[in-house]
Design a protein around this ligand. Structure first.
Ligand code: TEU
Length: 544
C-alpha cells in the first residue's frame, strides 16, 4: 500500500458483539471475525476498525472498559486478536482499535481504589470527584447532563451507608470520567497506546475526542438561550464546558509525537462531535490526529443543496489544514442510514421504535440508502462503513422494550429508543439458524433477515452487496479517494447533484422524476435505470 493509507482508505467498522459468533453464546467474538475475514477482503475494504473488545462489564456494549490491555473473555484472547491482525495484514487490510480515554468502567481498578480512598486523595484525583452543592452536599456539583439523559453526577455512598462525594459521568453512571488534567492519567494512556502499537495495530479510533478536558472549575453549563443573548451582547457564544476545550489539543499533540516514533504509518481518528466542520478541522491540524469523523456529513438530511454545501465545506475545512476529508453515513450510534434518510428531518436522532411518530418506508429506505452510499463512495478522501450496511440492513424497529439494552433507552425512561436498532447481529447464511450468526443473538434478528444474508446476496448482481463490491472496486481502479471533485453545473436543477471525480461523473437524483444521464458508459447505478433514465432516489456513476 502507498504511504499515508489513511488519506484515501475505506475503513469498515466491526462491532464485534454483532459480527460473527464462533462459540454459540449469542455474542460475536474475535475467532468469529477471523473465520469471516475473507468476506471483508472480498468486499474490498482497506482497513477494519474494531469497536472495543477489552474487558468490560458491558454496561455500554464495551465502551465501559475495566482493563485497557486485555481482551474480554466474551470476545476471546490476546492471541485471538494477534491472529486476526496477522490474517488481516496478510490480506493487505489495516486494523485500528477503539481507544476509550474519556472514561473507564466503574469496575476499573483505579475507580475501585478511588471510591475506597478519601476525598482529596491521589486515587480520587484520577477521576472527577467533587463535593455536592447545597445543604449536606445533596445537590450535584453543577448542572451538567449526561449524554444518555439525567444528571452527569452520581453520588457515592460511604461504607457506613451515609452519602459521600459525587463523581462526574458524561455517559452512564457506570462510566466515570477521568481527570485529564492529571499527569498520571496521561502517562497511563501513553502506555496503553504503546501496548497496542507494539502489538502491531495501525492506529486508533479515539472515542469522545471532543470531551477529555473539562473547563477549569467545572462551571455550570449556560443554557442555549442565555448563551445566544450573551453572544448578541458581544460575549462568547455557548460551547458546553466539556466539549472542545482548547487544552484537549495538547493531549493529541503528545499522542501524535508518540505515534510518530513508530514505523508503518499509524493513524489516529477522532470521534469528535462538534458543532461545525471548522471546529472539527482543529483536531486534524498537522501535528494532531490524522482524521476526524465527519459527523456533520452524517447529520445532513437527503437534500441536494444541504449535501452540496456540507461536501464543499468538508473539503475546504479539512483540506485547509492538510487533512483528508472523511465521510460516514452509519455507525453503531445512529439509525442505519437508509432508514434514517427516509424519516422526517427532525426525527433522525436518538433511535426509532414501534411508538415513534413516523416509521421509515422500506422501499424508500432501500433506495435512499443505496443512493447515499453511491454518492459517498465517489467522494475524494476516506470513508467509513458500518458492518451490515453492505447488506442493506435496515434499522430494526420491532425490538420489545424488555429486549432493549442501550443505557440511553433506560436513562431517558424509554423516551429515546436509543441505538439497539442498528446493533442487531449480522445475517450470514440464509438457510442456517440465526441466519448463520452463531448462537441465539443478544438482540433478536428479524425473521426477514434471512433474505438479506450474505449468502443470499453474494451471487445476485442486483444485490446491495454486489453494489458495494462494485463501487469499492471502481473507487480503487479510478483512484477516487485521491481524486478531486468538480461540480457539473449543466445540472442546475435543485433536485440533482452532479460532479466529476477524475474520469467518473456522478449524478444523484433527489427529485420525483427520472432524469437523463450524461453520455458515456454507465459504470454503476444504485437502482436499475428505466429506459436509460436515472430514477428518483438513485445515484449513477458514468465514465465521463
Ligand atoms: O459516543 C460518543 C458520543 O458523544 C455519543 O453520545 C453520541 O453523541 C451518541 O451516541 C449519538 O447518538 C461514543 C461511542 O461511539 C458510543 O457508543 C459510546 O456510548 C460513548 O462514546 C461512550 O463511550
Amino acid at each position: 500500500m502507498t504511504a499515508e493509507w489513511w488519506r484515501t482508505a475505506v475503513i469498515y467498522q466491526v462491532y464485534p458483539r454483532s459480527f460473527a459468533d464462533s462459540d454459540g453464546d449469542g455474542i460475536g467474538d474475535l475467532p468469529g471475525a477471523l473465520a469471516r475475514i475473507d468476506a471483508l477482503a472480498d468486499l474490498g475494504v482497506d482497513a477494519v476498525w474494531f469497536s472495543p473488545f477489552m474487558p468490560s462489564p458491558q454496561k455500554d456494549a464495551g465502551y465501559d472498559i475495566s482493563d485497557y490491555r486485555a481482551i474480554d473473555p466474551l470476545f476471546g484472547t490476546l492471541a485471538d486478536f494477534d491472529a486476526f491482525l496477522a490474517a488481516a495484514h496478510e490480506r493487505g487490510i489495516r486494523v485500528i482499535v477503539d481507544l476509550v480515554p474519556n472514561h473507564s468502567s466503574d469496575q476499573h481498578a483505579w475507580f475501585q481504589e478511588a471510591v475506597a480512598a478519601d476525598p482529596g486523595s491521589p486515587e480520587r484525583a484520577r477521576y472527577l470527584f467533587r463535593d455536592g452543592r447545597g445543604e449536606g452536599g445533596d445537590e450535584p456539583p453543577n448542572n451538567w447532563e449526561s449524554f444518555f439523559g439525567g444528571s452527569a453526577w452520581q453520588r457515592t455512598t460511604l461504607p457506613d451507608g451515609s452519602p459521600g462525594q459525587w463523581y462526574l459521568h458524561l455517559f452512564d453512571a457506570s462510566q466515570p470520567d477521568f481527570d485529564w488534567r492529571n499527569e498520571e492519567v496521561r502517562e497511563e494512556f501513553r502506555q496503553i497506546l504503546r501496548f497496542w502499537l507494539d502489538r502491531g495495530v495501525d492506529g486508533f479510533r479515539v472515542d469522545v475526542a471532543h470531551g477529555l478536558i473539562k473547563a477549569e472549575g467545572l462551571p455550570d453549563q449556560v443554557s442555549a438561550e442565555d448563551a445566544e443573548a450573551a453572544s448578541a451582547m458581544g460575549g462568547l457564544a455557548n460551547t458546553a464546558p466539556y466539549v472542545g476545550q482548547p487544552e484537549v489539543h495538547e493531549i493529541y499533540r503528545d499522542w501524535r509525537r508518540l505515534l510518530d516514533e513508530y514505523d508503518g504509518d499509524r493513524a489516529l481518528c477522532a470521534e469528535a462531535w462538534l458543532p461545525t466542520l471548522a471546529q472539527a478541522a482543529l483536531w486534524v491540524r498537522p501535528d494532531e490526529m490524522h482524521q476526524a469523523f465527519n459527523m456533520n456529513y452524517l447529520g445532513t438530511p437527503w437534500l441536494a443543496d444541504r449535501l452540496r454545501s456540507v461536501i464543499d465545506e468538508s473539503i475546504e475545512e479539512f483540506g485547509g489544514v492538510g487533512a483528508p476529508a472523511t465521510w460516514v453515513l452509519s455507525n453503531h450510534d445512529v439509525i442505519r442510514h437508509g432508514s434514517r434518510l427516509a424519516l422526517p428531518d427532525d426525527e433522525q436522532s436518538f433511535g426509532v421504535g414501534p411508538r415513534s411518530p413516523h416509521l421509515p418506508d422500506p422501499q424508500l429506505s432501500s433506495r435512499r440508502g443505496r443512493a447515499a452510499t453511491a454518492l459517498m463512495l465517489a467522494l475524494p478522501g476516506s470513508a467509513y462503513l458500518f458492518q451490515g450496511e453492505e447488506l442493506g440492513l435496515p434499522e430494526v424497529i420491532d425490538i420489545a422494550d424488555a429486549e432493549r439494552q442501550d443505557p440511553r433507552f433506560f436513562r431517558t425512561n424509554g423516551a429515546d429508543y436509543g441505538r439497539d436498532g442498528c446493533r442487531v447481529p449480522l445475517p450470514w447464511e440464509a438457510a442456517e439458524p440465526h441466519a448463520g450468526f452463531g448462537g441465539d443473538p443478544w438482540l433478536p434478528q428479524p425473521a426477514s433477515w434471512a433474505a438479506l444474508a450474505r449468502s443470499a446476496q453474494t451471487s445476485d448482481p442486483g444485490s446491495t452487496l454486489s453494489m458495494y463490491r462494485r463501487l469499492l472496486a471502481l473507487r480503487r481502479e479510478n483512484a477516487l479517494g485521491a481524486g478531486s471533485l468538480e461540480w457539473l453545473d449543466e445540472y442546475p436543477d435543485d433536485h440533482t447533484l452532479a460532479f466529476a471525480n477524475g474520469g467518473v461523473a456522478v449524478v444523484v437524483n433527489f427529485g420525483d422524476e427520472p432524469i437523463e444521464l450524461p453520455d458515456g458508459e454507465v459504470l454503476a447505478a444504485s437502482w436499475p435505470l428505466a429506459d436509460g433514465l436515472l430514477p428518483p432516489d438513485a445515484t449513477a456513476w458514468v465514465r465521463a
